[in-house]
Design a protein around this ligand. Structure first.
Ligand code: GAR
Length: 214
């Protein structure tokens, strides 16, 4: 059994999809904790309802990124986390933290990376006029929203979309690809070759999901 920690900042819908999949599909893993960087994160209540232990490492209580990341790392090491899953975790992690957890740190980002790293991805996609948008699951490297891609889901941008309708379409796709990719990691099916990931020896880019209009 591998030990998993899920880090959140917000509503925790991706976290909930991971917890449910881990139980429904009997993953070889134990979700040991959901950790938020703010006590008000609504996802903490969702985790409690799912009977997952919760913890808060408040970034505001630590003076600066290094101190926060050190406290977070200590908490994760105490749990014995084999995999750290960033599920809507809205803090930039220091290079030291990322290197310490290299290969066992995975993130979901609401765009088809390398397009639209950073914040406000849906509004920026609409402003740019793209017709295809989506989400990316990737291993974390010190460069923000960058690293070997494990899975992507593409969704159409529809006439009349605003940032909220587009975000909802992307989020539904996130709930499909994130559990899939996390499970690959837990089953040791991922290998990084150069800058790219392979799943069972097949380049991850051969496994992109294309979502029709929903
Ligand atoms: C998700 O759309 C996730 O991709 C995004 O935050 C949302 C969290 O939703 N993450 C980032 O923007 C990270 N840079 P959730 O709390 O319902 O899972």
């Amino acid at each position: 059994m591998k030990t998993v920690a899920i880090l959140i900042s917000g509503q925790g819908s991706n976290m909930a999809s991971l917890v449910r999949a881990s139980r429904d599909e009997r993953w070889p893993a134990r979700i040991a904790a959901v950790i938020a960087n703010r006590a008000q994160a609504p996802g903490l209540d969702v985790a409690r309802e799912l009977d997952v232990p919760v913890d808060v490492v408040p970034h505001a209580a630590h003076g600066g990124r290094d101190a926060f990341d050190a406290a977070l790392a200590a908490r994760l090491e105490a749990l014995g986390a084999d995999l750290v899953v960033l599920a809507g975790f809205m803090r930039i992690l220091t290079e030291g933290f990322v290197r310490r957890f290299a290969g066992r740190l995975v993130n979901i980002h609401p765009s088809l990376l390398p397009a639209f790293p950073g914040l406000d991805t849906h509004a920026r996609a609409l402003a740019a006029g793209v017709r295809v948008h989506g989400a990316t699951v990737h291993l974390v490297t010190p460069t923000l929203d960058h690293g070997p891609i494990l899975a992507q889901a593409a969704v159409p941008v529809l006439d009349g979309d605003d940032a909220a309708t587009l975000a909802a379409r992307v989020l539904a796709a996130e709930h499909r690809i994130f559990p899939m990719a996390v499970r690959w990691l837990l089953e040791d099916r991922v290998r990084v070759v150069g800058e790219r990931a392979e799943i069972d020896g097949v380049p991850a880019c051969d496994r992109l999901l294309w979502e029709g209009a929903r």
